[in-house]
Design a protein around this ligand. Structure first.
Ligand code: C2E
Ligand code: CA
Ligand code: CA
Ligand code: CA
Length: 269
């Protein structure tokens, strides 16, 4: 038992050590990721559920690490948020998305929305100015840009509210991402100029469960009553699509329609 205990301890220790080493390496390497062109964006369309037509694209960040390969934003965004690197990365994402979508518009795709994810850590003074400059620089119509924020941005309520009003004045649209997973949704909807809610994939996954279905129905109804656009995330199966259409959800995203792809592939399409 002693040996087993010792081995177990050793095993655990090694795992923890690996985790810390990987984190430290990512933290250091992230510093060079922009300059060395390792970051890129892929785009996933947002579809009208009735007609199947594309109504917009969401930009999703990717990191091609030189030795570790493709790393998920779910792993490196939280690191960037801890270290403050999220400011440079977030700005790079916004500038690149606006420029690439402008390029797509010049290739004939008009009137489409570009959705960009924004970390709550970016919601600091000066953010509106950054967005304004990027929109002017790239020549993108600001009403084509939608910023996806999560309910957790209410960590800093006053600043966030000011920023959202500032963005609204620019003409930029606001979506609440992962709607239903936070706790302050109703405040946000009541007090802020919100355009869109995005129902989290976790709810859509379980829409065959009666309770989940009723919760999704309620979220869609709130959106429709407040005259918001309602997007369902992570639609993978026909039965989910049928259920959502039945509930009058107007928009959706998911592998059932398209996986995210780089901009050149969308230009070719
Ligand atoms: P999110 O904003 O909720 O994005 C949806 C995620 O679900 C994306 O994962 C997308 O690729 C994935 N997805 C879409 N359709 C399906 C589907 O049908 N099935 C399944 N299983 N997954 C689907 P991704 O690209 O790995 O991004 C993960 C999260 O990382 C995002 O969640 C978002 O919170 C964050 N993220 C991504 N790009 C950025 C960025 O540029 N800035 C910031 N701050 N966060 C980002
Ligand atoms: Ca999102
Ligand atoms: Ca989500
Ligand atoms: Ca999210």
């Amino acid at each position: 038992a002693k040996v087993l205990g010792k081995n177990r301890y050793y095993f655990f220790d090694e795992n923890l050590n690996d985790m810390l080493m990987r984190r430290m390496q990512l933290e250091i390497d992230l510093e060079k990721s922009i300059a060395e062109n390792q970051l890129f964006l892929v785009y996933q369309p947002i579809h009208c559920l009735d007609t199947g037509k594309r109504r917009g694209l969401e930009a999703l960040l990717r990191w091609k690490h030189p030795t570790l390969g493709l790393i998920s934003p779910a792993e490196f965004i939280p690191i960037a948020e801890d270290t403050g690197q999220i400011h440079a990365i977030g700005e790079w994402v916004m500038r690149t998305a606006c420029a690439e979508i402008k390029q797509l518009q010049e290739n004939g795709m008009t009137g489409s929305l570009i959705a960009v994810n924004v970390s709550s850590k970016q919601m600091e003074e000066g953010f509106v100015t950054i967005v304004k400059e990027i929109v002017e620089e790239t020549g993108l119509d600001p009403t084509c840009l939608e910023l996806e924020i999560t309910e957790s941005m209410m960590q800093n309520v006053d600043t966030s509210m000011q920023i959202i009003h500032g963005l609204h004045e620019l003409g930029v649209k606001i979506a609440i991402d992962d709607f239903g997973t936070g706790y302050s949704s109703f405040y946000l909807l009541r007090d802020l100029p919100i355009d869109t809610i995005k129902i989290d994939k976790a709810f859509i996954d379980e829409i065959d469960n009666e309770k989940s279905l009723l919760i999704v129905k309620t979220m869609i109804d709130i959106g429709l009553n407040l005259d918001l656009r309602v997007v369902s995330e992570g639609i993978e199966h026909e039965w989910q699509l049928e259920a959502l259409k039945e509930l009058d959800c107007d928009l959706g995203q998911g592998y059932l329609f398209d996986k995210p792809m780089p901009i050149d592939e969308w230009i070719k399409k």
